[in-house]
Each structure stands twice: as structure tokens, then as C-alpha cells.
Design a protein around this ligand. Sequence first.
Ligand SMILES: C[S@@+](CC[C@H](N)C(=O)[O-])C[C@H]1O[C@@H](n2cnc3c(N)ncnc32)[C@H](O)[C@@H]1O
Length: 238
Amino acid sequence: MVVYLVGAGPGDPELVTIKAIKVLKKADVVIYDRLANEKILEEAAGAKLIYVGKKAGVHHKTQDEINQILIHEGQKYDTVVRLKGGDPFVFGRGGEEMLALLENGIEVEVVPGVTSAIGVPGTIGLPVTHRGVATSFTVVTGHEDPTKAESQVKWDFNADTIIVLMGIGNLEENVQEILKYKDPETPVCIIENGTMPGQRIVTGALGDIAQKNVQPPALVIIGPVVDVYNQMKNSGSN
Ligand SMILES: C[S@@+](CC[C@H](N)C(=O)[O-])C[C@H]1O[C@@H](n2cnc3c(N)ncnc32)[C@H](O)[C@@H]1O
């Protein structure tokens, strides 16, 4: 009895790993969140599918409830797949689920996925590091759990590239924080629905990006690597 924590990648079904497809094909049960692309579930023909993601206007499962479902199914079936967008350990709460399963004596195997944080910019020709331009990057949440007693996000990052996930709802507030440490001219790129048919790319500067009309799911990439992307685009490689 194994529960596989599997990353489904950022949306394009061709960005799913061979290992992910192998475990989906033999799955008895697949427990999944809202995925950028549900086509991936077709690999699990015959498996019991359990949706535990959010739906507008409907009560969604708490993390404790999801953990209980995982434990229950993990005790009952040989092959359980817990499928998550991107990589399960990048803002996916995969670590919490793994701990809950291990504490209940259930074997866990992790199948990493292409995280949207790096994979999505990569597909448009935006490198998160670039020789002579950026030697470091940080990936941060733009939306912390409001029940936390104190914010854990300190915006004074020293990294050359800042990649914000879940950053659209609080874009204006987050930009105000980053502007305390970065120049308003710092280039910014926002990628909506990365790797999907509705993909949209918006560029600007830190000082004006909050005025642009952008919709989730989207990534916000801040730093001089965005100029490298513009250079790639103008060179006709994208
Ligand atoms: C809860 S986090 C999960 C991240 C995921 N585990 C990963 O590694 O990509 C969801 C956020 O990831 C980003 N995201 C995921 N897929 C995306 C996509 N296809 N295009 C743009 N952003 C995406 C968005 O910022 C979204 O709000």
C-alpha cells in the first residue's frame, strides 16, 4: 500500500513526467485538487476519482479532512495517487500530507512535478537566472493563510529574481511592500494560464504593474531577467 504524491506540472499535459503517468495508469484511487488541465486524469482510466479542491460557492475540504481521506484510502487500496498541480512540495501542502500519512504507518513515494514557478517562465523563454544578470531567485507566496498569527513573508529579499505565486489578489499590497526595497523601474512579467491555451503575458515595471488587468492563475516575475526575456522576444526566438 503506497500513496504517491504526484506533481501534475503547470498545465500542458506533455509536461507531466513519465513516472507520473506510470503511477496514474496503475492507480486504484486518484485524489486531486483543481488542476490546470484535467486531461491528465484520463491516464487513470478505471480509478476511483476523488476531487478535494475548491469550487466557487461550495464548502471545500479542510486540510485535516483531506489528510483523513488520504489515510482512509491509503489503508484500503494498494496504489493511491495524490495528484497536485505543479510540484507537490511547492506551495502544495505536500509536506503536511506526507507527514500525516507517515504518522499513520502508510508508505509514501514522491513523484516531483514541473513547478509553475520555474517551468512556466522557462516555456516563454524567461530564465530565472542568467549569467551576469541574476545569480539567485526566490519563490514566495503572495497570499498567506489569513489565520496565521503573524506574516512569515518578509519582502526584503536579496534575491535578484522574485517569483510570486498566488500573487494576483494582493498584487497592489505586495508591490507596495517590494517597492520599499526595489526600484520602481524594476521590470516585471506576469504570466496568466501558463502553458495553457489561454496563456497571456503582461510586462511592465514594478511602479505600474498593479494597474494592469491580470487574472489568476498567474505568476509574477520581478527582476532584470525580464529584460532578458524581452531581448529573447525581440531576437525572434519566441
Ligand atoms: C497553490 S499554488 C500551487 C503551486 C504548484 N504546486 C506548483 O508547483 O506550481 C497555485 C499558484 O501557482 C501558480 N500557477 C500554477 N499553475 C500556473 C499556471 N499554469 N500559470 C501561471 N501560474 C500558475 C499561480 O500563482 C497559482 O496561484
